[in-house]
Design a protein around this ligand. Sequence first.
Ligand code: 13P
Length: 256
Amino acid sequence: MNRKYRKTVIAGNWKMNMLTSEVKAYADTLRASSGKVRHCEIAICAPFVMLPRLIKSFRDCRIAVGAQNVSDKDAGAYTGEVSAAQLRDLGIKYVIVGHSERRAYYGETDEIVSAKVRAALAAGLIPIVCVGETLEQRERGVTEEHISMQVKLALGGVPAEKMRRVIIAYEPIWAIGTGRTATASEANEVCSRIRAVIRSLYGARIARAVTIQYGGSMNASNAAELLSMPDVDGGLIGGASLDPEHFAAIIEAANQ
Ligand code: 13P
């Protein structure tokens, strides 16, 4: 973390878990277990159908609500899609874009990811853009090239003035849901590489201000070490965000 230049953001990604009927109890426990949140921003990214209930439950506190996906189109005949304007209208602040699960299971290409980033920004949402390498790519030594390419393609068409509103999440695919976390130095190395790519595209001032999260089996025991790294500005947390007490412990680590 480097709070002098950028925000620390801790976001939970519930994926396709939880029920709307469980939201209130979760919110009550999270509020009771997390102390005063001073030094970071917190968000929960939940399935679309739960968003109104989450907004209601977190209305009076500093926990923001995010979606896990958004349409690349503005409006019209796109059955089953949800637009960025519809999310913004509900009071949503963040949206996860290009998660590896969407890229792998739902055919999201770099081109679609880039269109979604632009749609989110146009509506005033903060996109959390996910990038990450497979185990095979890491073992073959192409992590850096792969991540650089994903970042450059996702940010295509994003003007400098909008770039401060973009969050990048580095999520190595081999660390997602596996219990195998990148070491703090592995995570920092790639996050710092991502910052270098942003610097080459937008200059040093903007690169310094962009929040870059780590995601992949982050939990209450490894969060403090990961977040102590200079280029790791927060976390995108799957499994450990489903338990409000575990999530509160991660928030606490970021709040130090
Ligand atoms: P886990 O924390 O369950 O590994 O998931 C990480 C993730 O994919 C967050 O988007």
